[in-house]
Design a protein around this ligand. Structure first.
Ligand SMILES: [Zn+2]
Length: 250
């Protein structure tokens, strides 16, 4: 395919020096998935392209691309930044991990369907002061299907009941209702509240998530289960996740 100029809705994440004064930025786009942009002269003082590609900037980017390899940034419009994320180390650690996770789920330029909207809303919510840990857990749960390993959280593995008291089995990859606890001996013996929180985060639309207050103990137990899902099903070992865990935020 020859190179052409296209407009994409994008969110900038990751940035590293390239050649003399260029920057290579990663961009998550609605139209063409995730790819790398060469931002020419970004490190020169007063570079407009440089200012428009700081981490956590978003807007419309006009790129020169053949939809493979590195694309070039030509110009941009309506660029804004998730400023509170940019300025706050905690929010930044959460946002970086979310973007890193999404980056690992797709090939370059691969169609990401509704993940752009999911990430955009997640960052908007983190930027406006929502509980970052809860947003992160929600994204982790919702991303499992894009890695091809989503456990069954909507209904009991045995009877497909959708309401009641549930436990979760890592091995069986799904939830089991209290009527069928004895049929799934590998169940984790979790507090039903933990399973309920995990199900809510996995199943509800991110737009419907309000500014909820979840107690740290509950949040920590759902975190542990989700961490175990990731270790067991994927073992990604992301540095951004390790960094986040080391911050010991709650
Ligand atoms: Zn059942």
């Amino acid at each position: 395919m020859s190179r052409e100029l296209i407009d994409v809705n994008g969110i900038i994440f990751k940035r590293k020096r390239y050649k003399e004064a260029d920057v290579l930025s990663k961009v998550l786009t609605k139209e063409n998935g995730i790819f790398t942009l060469d931002v020419r002269g970004a490190l020169r003082p007063k570079s407009k392209l440089g200012a428009a590609t700081l981490n956590f900037s978003y807007g419309i980017y006009t790129v020169n691309t053949s939809l493979r390899g590195i694309s070039g940034l030509r110009t941009f419009k309506n660029v804004q930044q998730f400023e509170k994320i940019y300025l706050d180390i905690t929010k930044q650690a959460y946002a970086s991990y979310i973007l890193d996770l999404v980056d690992h789920a797709f090939e370059e330029y691969q169609e990401i369907s509704d993940v752009y909207g999911l990430v955009f809303t997640a960052l908007t919510k983190i930027n406006s002061g929502f509980d970052e840990e809860i947003i992160k857990q929600m994204i982790e749960l919702k991303m499992l299907k894009y890695f091809g390993v989503a456990p069954k959280l909507d209904s009991c593995l045995v009877c497909h009941k959708t309401q009641g008291i549930f436990d979760f089995s890592l091995e069986k990859g799904g939830i089991v209702c209290s009527d069928h606890f004895n049929q799934v001996p590998e169940r984790m013996h979790l507090n039903p509240k933990t399973v309920s929180l995990i199900r809510t985060l996995a199943l509800i639309d991110i737009d419907r998530l309000g500014k909820i207050n979840i107690n740290p103990t509950l949040k920590n137990s759902s975190k542990k289960v989700i961490d175990r899902m990731y270790t067991r099903y994927l073992d990604l070992n992301l540095k951004s996740k390790k960094f986040l865990d080391e911050l010991k935020l709650f």
